[in-house]
Design a protein around this ligand. Structure first.
Ligand SMILES: [Zn+2]
Length: 164
């Protein structure tokens, strides 16, 4: 482990959290940019394409109520697609019951999601979003099952399930 890096990160993260509180206490984070030009829609265009609930999750990084999504209990085989652009994000064989009330996966389809750190709850969390349209999906934690140890905690409203 690089000691300098570790120490720097240790100082940097709390400092950034404090700055965030001082300058932007109630800011709603804009969602991530689309990687593909054709998915770079304006706010109004996204509002026209999505339900208001999905818009709030995908484009304003909102979070649905726990246990509110039917996809939390979805047990069939199939693929979970991005509700914004239909890119396949998760396979049912990587889904597990985390008990949190949100659809949870221990791995994503390779290359389908990208991550960034957010400070919405002051403590840094790793946000992830669709790699194509930039739509917010959820947060990824390091307390998931093997083999990855990851827990992708996803909003059901940001997904569309396609059974096999
Ligand atoms: Zn997408």
């Amino acid at each position: 482990m690089n000691q300098f890096l570790t120490r720097r990160t240790f100082i940097l993260i709390p400092t950034m959290s404090i700055l965030k509180i001082i300058f932007n206490p109630l800011q709603v984070l804009a969602s991530s940019l689309a990687s593909k030009e054709e998915w770079n829609f304006s706010k109004d265009e996204w509002k026209a394409r999505l339900s208001s609930e999905s818009y709030y999750i995908l484009r304003e990084e909102g979070t649905e109520r726990a246990f509110s999504s039917q996809l939390n209990n979805e047990k069939r085989k199939g693929i979970f697609h991005c509700a914004g652009c239909d890119l396949p994000l998760f396979s049912s064989d990587k889904k597990f019951d985390s008990g949190t009330g949100w659809p949870s996966f221990w791995d994503s389809i390779q290359g389908s999601v990208e991550t960034k750190v957010d400070f919405k709850l002051i403590v840094p969390r790793t946000e992830y979003h669709c790699s194509r349209c930039g739509g917010h999906q959820g947060h990824v934690f390091n307390d998931g099952p093997l083999p990855t140890g990851k827990r992708y905690c996803n909003n059901g409203l940001a997904l569309r399930f396609v059974p096999d």
